[in-house]
Design a protein. Sequence first.
Length: 372
Amino acid sequence: MKTNNRKGFKFTSYQAPNLSPFDKLFEIFKELIVHTSGDFDEAIDWLRELDTEYKLTDENYTIDDFVEDLKKKGYVKEELKGDGTQGTGLTAKTERLIRQQALNQIFGNLNKSGSGNHKTKQSGAGDEFTGELREFQFGDGLETISLTESLKNAQINNGMDGFKITENDLIVEDAHFKAQMSTVLMIDISHSMILYGEDRITPAKKVAMALAELITTRYPKDTLDIIVFGNDAWIISLKDVPYLTVGPYHTNTVAGLQLAMDILRRKRNTNKQIFMITDGKPSCVREKDGSYYMNSNGLDEYIVEKCYTQAAQARKLHIPITTFMIASDPYLQRFVNNFTEANQGKAFYTGLKGLGEMIFQDYEANRKKRVK
């Protein structure tokens, strides 16, 4: 008798991954080290508190054992602190793993697409075939000619007797250009990024690390520069991102935009963009004499107009600005609306949840535009 094998789903109880005691603690440690801005001692103190509350370890493997393993495995190293005392810091190996974790946390739920660079909507003499056919045009390379389709066309147009093929019979397979993108990510590090009991700087750091890891692994021809802005603006390197902290600063949005545009002017890529993550209104500008004009009371017209001027300047340079406003105040949203209109860019009014997904999707969408 014939047996019918039926296919279907089998449901079982969830079983946690079989991780070693070190690996279990290491996953938590990588999260804590970002929250503590790279302060190893503080991260371990937090880990000990979590261990006391949730019984993460037992007598066979303690937090002290974990610290020793971190050193043996090359995840941390002894170094001098800023005050001259001996301390413990992260190695480049650990920093890379933290970026990978940020990438998985923020972009891990997104649908995967093919490897390689982003495609543009423009077609022509590109470097990735689309499968679409069109008539041969002057300047098309011989390698783009579809021999089968061209021969078929010649038979239809000229018949089999005295067979010949002419330029009018040639068919080419269309192709997309692979565009390159230069991106500057601006992160607000003014004091308001930790006000009201909400940590906004840690998610911003995670987005920066995830975006950097995504670009270097998936789009290696693209460039990403990261700048922070408070009273002034300055470039930070990728390895500095986990250690980024908020300072007692006002918000000099103008300085950030000026620096971002200076960076992008030097890039040869056609596609350029600025991502700005901020939660507060602009409250500071630096005058020509080096002094600072500051006003935290409402939207200062003088400061706001300088922001609009920078937005319009970026528009002239064909640099769209996408603002991710981590605030729901209608008063501030009005400023962002006007700012976005001056640049003809985009704005998202968002909380911290979903911030990474929105930045990734906008990054992908912007890369598919404007090839000149």
